[in-house]
Design a protein around this ligand. Sequence first.
Ligand code: NAD
Length: 410
Amino acid sequence: MSNAFADVNRYFERAAAVLNLSREVVEQLVTPYRELRVECTIRMDNGSIRTFTGYRVQHDNSRGPFKGGLRYHPDVDIDEVRALASLMTWKTAVVGIPFGGAKGGISVDPSQLSVFELERLTRKFVAGIHDLIGDSVDIPAPDVNTNAQVMAWIMDEYSKFHGFHPGVVTGKPVDLFGSVGRDEATGRGVVIALEELLRTQAQQLSDATYVVQGFGNVGSHTARILHERGGRVIGIGDHTASFYDTSGLDIPSALAHVKEKRVLAGWTGAPQIQNSEILLKPCDVLIPAALGGVITKDNADKLQCRIIAEGANGPTTPEADEILRHRSITVLPDIFANAGGVTVSYFEWVQNLQQFAWDENKVRVELERVMRNAFRHLNQTAAKHHIDLRTAAFVVAIDRVARATAQRGL
Ligand code: NAD
């Protein structure tokens, strides 16, 4: 077994030991249900032809339809998609929404494609998988380098084969059956998770300083909401530039720059640092919100924070996690901390099925309810078994999936 999937399964195994699960059940829960690999050949704008490889891994659907994002990135491969699909199974279970876990991706650098090429690629991918997705089967959503526009193309292409089913995909534009509040949901969820954790330490969001790596969907909304709630965001960075100032950053100014230029490079609002330094800078709360595998055994003992909130999926390797536990750095694990996105995706799906749109206040109230309940359950589980929050999150999730699996039978 290669890396990313093996890493997730190390966390899984630790929790399975707490639950005393049998080998047979462990094997059943770990094994993905279905893995799909499709050829996506498109004509480029210059007339040439190129072939890309797309993947969809459906990990588990014992608690509801498969659910998970779609990523466009050159590093996408079957192992990564498999790992992310299994994380989705545990994530939907931790927050108790009626979905299973899946993930998809295309191995492509979308910055090298025109918008027309991206549209053709997306439609080709959907043509390859449309029989195996659907609003009661498997529901994709945005992830790295995919957005509401990509989701709109997916909905439209799917409708050519199966008719009107807006619930086949979430994260759509609000004008096209999307939900208000979906865009910011993951970031808002990270902030709610942090608020709950800080409360257990008799602290508020405004008592802490924050460093955020990644300034895309998750990172930028997290930084914005923290700033709005009085938190001092002292570091931000994306793949083009990083900034750090202990007196606090002007987040609205950085957001305005990114809105215009799409990246942080060129922002003059704060002193610039090397990208490699951003994770190592002193702060109370470090929020990795870019790619996976950034906190490793090589840097875990150099981090200068007391809390890590995993906005990204899989940002911490198991070896690093071990070091963080010995250093008593509290980790809000990805399967809980960034579950706000899939939670509001669930709300979008509910609205699509009912053909009844919620207002923003309802979305926020329901998101808060789901995240706060999940944290309470997580925290109680951690205290009961004397385990860290990540292991507790897997314990809660695996217990739910194992019970649903057993009740369904073979
Ligand atoms: P995005 O494409 O909107 O943004 C990614 C950000 O990461 C960009 O700012 C990019 O510049 C930055 N980045 C990429 N490589 C980097 C590097 N080497 N160093 C520093 N920054 C780098 O993606 P997103 O949707 O914000 O997703 C970010 C992470 O959050 C991913 O791990 C994703 O799986 C996870 N996630 C996303 C959602 C969601 O709703 N979008 C939900 C849950 C988890």
